[in-house]
Design a protein around this ligand. Structure first.
Ligand SMILES: O=c1ccn([C@@H]2O[C@H](COP(=O)(O)OP(=O)(O)O[C@H]3O[C@@H](CO)[C@H](O)[C@H]3O)[C@@H](O)[C@H]2O)c(=O)[nH]1
Ligand code: MN
Length: 359
């Protein structure tokens, strides 16, 4: 009797978004896990360069000419010459879920030596609930071999929908430039077998290297802010998206998880180049974090788009004085939502705010 291999989870409901200025040879290693899925490749930099996609993958590829053709003047909100361009892939996707990965991230091995199917783990993270309102000390209670510990309120054990699954990295950790400069040889060899919901009210540094999310829930908030060419800052694209996303998830009562799965991050980008990109962000973030911690979203912000537009207004009002860049970014946030709604006319995902969420 021929054994029929099971249909990969969410095969037709998930797109894999890859930003690239290099080549896509890394896909060979991911082939067993990625081949059944549709890829959206966002080619950054010179659009006349041909990016070769390995045989056998189902994909669509967009370069800067495509972005300009599809978005017209609204293309101004999509970064150029920065990995932030990946968010264009989120916008053009028609699927419920997104997984995004960098082209220098490879299949890692777990402590038993088994290849980690990072995509499968992200899908499990997204399909199981989160627990943002009360911390479970035995980590993810929905994993096999774990549960809610004594004292965990039964009224909260149903959990809430998971909007984001934030994976980690073995080998080259996602350090900022100063840390990279001080610890050039540090490698992450610590495999921590844990998945945690980030508690409500707590922000976190979201890395875009190994990230999955429910696009129908939180997609409009996943704008990777204006970076790269012509911008005073870089390498804060994913951070900006993570802060906006977490504030909105807290307000709408959705969860954000971090931990497994790991990927093997192979390439350390140049710390001196990174320092030039990051340095303004390193001191600006001392004002940005208190800003996001103080963002109050009104009760009538019942959709991600409404929340996002409200945040952009507060960015302009409160951060415009930090630097004019934030006035530009606030405008780009509005352009992003306009472009999103133009390409995704199905409208808002109205949220029923569950008890325990935003008061
Ligand atoms: O101008 C560019 C530069 C790079 N890319 C593509 O983006 C990813 C990440 O590039 P890279 O691996 O060189 O950079 P890292 O420093 O390791 O990236 C991490 O730091 C954050 C920077 O924002 C980011 O969230 C992490 O990914 C690769 O796929 C490059 O090909 C690009 O498109 N344009
Ligand atoms: Mn990298």
């Amino acid at each position: 009797m021929a054994t029929v291999s099971p249909t990969p989870l969410l095969k037709d409901e998930l797109d894999i978004v890859i930003p690239t200025i290099r080549n896509l040879d890394f896909l060979e290693m991911w082939r067993p896990f990625f081949q059944p899925y549709h890829l959206i490749i966002v080619q950054d930099g010179d659009p006349t360069k041909t990016i070769k996609v390995p045989e056998g993958f189902d994909y669509e590829l967009y370069n800067r000419n495509d972005i300009n053709r599809i978005l017209g003047p609204k293309a101004s909100c999509i970064s150029f010459k920065d990995s932030a361009c990946r968010c264009f892939g989120y916008m053009v996707s028609k699927k419920k879920y997104i997984y995004t990965i960098d082209d220098d991230c490879f299949v890692a091995k777990d402590p038993s030596g088994k290849d980690i199917n990072a995509l499968e783990q992200h899908i499990q993270n997204l399909l199981s609930p989160s627990t943002p309102f009360f911390f479970n000390t035995l980590y993810d209670p929905y994993r096999s071999g774990a549960d809610f510990v004594r004292g965990y309120p039964f009224s909260l054990r149903e959990g809430v929908p998971t909007a984001v699954s934030h994976g980690l990295w073995l080998n080259i950790p996602d350090y900022d430039a100063p840390t990279q400069l001080v610890k050039p040889l540090e490698r992450n060899t610590r495999y921590v077998d844990a998945i945690m919901t980030i508690p409500k009210g707590t922000l976190f540094p979201m890395c875009g290297m190994n990230l999955a999310f429910n696009r129908e829930l939180i997609g409009p908030a996943m704008y990777f802010g204006l970076m790269g060419d012509g911008q005073p800052i870089g390498r804060y694209d994913d951070m900006w998206a993570g802060w906006c996303t977490k504030v909105i998830c807290d307000h709408l009562g959705w969860g954000v998880k971090t931990g497994l799965p790991y990927i093997w991050h192979s390439k350390a980008s140049n710390p001196f180049v990174n320092l030039k990109k990051e340095y303004k962000g390193i001191y600006w973030q001392e004002e940005l974090i208190p800003f996001f911690q103080s963002v109050a979203l009104p009760k009538d912000c019942t959709t991600v788009q409404k929340c996002y537009i409200e945040i952009s207004k507060q960015v302009k009002a409160k951060l415009g004085k930090v630097d004019d860049y934030f006035n530009k970014l606030a405008d780009a946030m509005v352009t992003w939502i306009e472009a999103w709604d133009e390409l995704n006319p199905s409208g808002d995902i109205s949220a029923k705010i569950p008890n325990g969420a935003s008061k």
